[in-house]
Design a protein around this ligand. Structure first.
Ligand SMILES: [Zn+2]
Length: 344
């Protein structure tokens, strides 16, 4: 069968091709959606379409959740835990930074900001993928991404556009100096701290859901033990030959067993959470670092560092010189620039 129209590659096909090449292997397309893939010394026929399987009975199906794809994904995740890229294709020459600054930052009416210096620098963006495992009498996993700009130690908000595959390159477009930044360990600690509330919320949701199920199980269990106690009493009332002391002992045994089983069930349903770093990516993203001189009635108030982010095409909130919190509004207070909360 010869298809005239070329179908776009599916993400899975692209992944398998890339994976084979990255492992110094090769791939050969036999027909649309059927490949021979050489990885290591092994050639595997791979079909991305289940309908192709009857024609290629020796082929392995590559679909999400298939054993073949699971093993390739696990191999890739294990092999390449860390990746480094440069973000390319950004406009590093925005028009009229001065008016953009005036629009974005609110200053006291008498204050003036003038840009003294603009430097285009790489700001390393560290993206941490964490695997959170929630274990009780069942187990669930979630992959969570937290990105930290190592220059500003702020969370990366636009990581989806940062990671746009057409914008990532292993080589820089232009060689740029790196902006001052914290190390990876400090970035990791920051990412972990930022992620903690999310993990806690996910754990609480599960605890609520799962404990509801446990409560039902406990209810069923105590109904069962009530019936057993009822039967024990019944046999006493019916004047069966059992002595009263034996009936009491039987009831005690039932009570003990119920307490034990309930405690076991509660113990088993305690939720435990484990968070592990799974993958790391560093993306060098060019940003424009501006030095803005602030004056008030011709009186110099110092320099403010302001960052233009070419990815979001916006000015990032500068840090308040007094409390280091990000802010878009700076006022003059006792001859220095401060944010609104520092004036209170
Ligand atoms: Zn402040």
């Amino acid at each position: 069968m010869n298809r005239q129209i070329e179908e776009p590659l599916s993400t899975l096909e692209q992944f398998v091709r890339d994976f084979a090449e990255a492992r110094d292997g090769a791939w050969d397309q036999i027909e649309p959606r059927v490949y021979d893939v050489l990885i290591g010394s092994e050639i595997t026929r791979v079909a991305f379409d289940p309908e192709a399987l009857p024609e290629h009975p020796q082929a392995q199906l590559a679909s999400l959740g298939s054993p073949l794809l699971d093993s390739l994904l696990a191999d890739a995740a294990e092999r390449w835990r860390c990746a480094r890229f440069y973000r390319v294709g950004l406009n590093l020459h925005p028009h009229d930074l001065g008016s953009r600054f005036r629009q974005a930052i609110s200053l006291s009416p008498t204050a003036i900001g003038s840009i003294r210096r603009v430097r285009t620098m790489n700001c390393p963006q560290a993206l941490f993928w964490f695997k959170a495992t929630f274990v009780s009498d069942q187990k669930e996993e979630e992959i969570l991404l937290m990105g930290i700009d190592l220059h500003s130690l702020r969370e990366v908000r636009h990581w989806d556009s940062l990671l746009a595959s057409s914008g990532l390159s292993e080589l820089p477009e232009t060689h740029l100096p790196e902006a001052r930044h914290v190390g990876l360990i400090a970035g990791y600690r920051c990412a972990r701290d930022r992620l903690a509330p999310t993990v806690a919320a996910l754990a609480n949701t599960r605890r609520r859901e799962w404990s509801g199920r446990v409560a039902t199980q406990i209810q069923r269990m105590s109904a069962y033990y009530s019936r057993l106690r009822e039967e024990a009493n019944e046999s006493f009332r019916n004047g069966d030959d059992a002595a009263p002391s034996r009936i009491a002992a039987r009831r005690d045994a039932i009570d003990r067993e119920e307490r034990l089983r309930t405690a076991e069930l509660r113990q088993k349903s305690n939720l435990r959470v484990q968070v592990k770093l799974a993958n790391l990516m560093i993306v060098q993203q060019p940003k424009l670092l501006m030095s803005v001189a602030i004056t008030d009635k011709n009186r110099p108030l110092g320099l403010l560092e302001v960052v233009w982010n070419p990815l979001s095409e916006a000015i990032e909130a500068p840090t308040c010189p007094a409390c280091a919190q990000p802010t878009f509004a700076l006022r003059i207070y006792r001859n220095s620039l401060v944010c609104a909360s520092c004036m209170e």
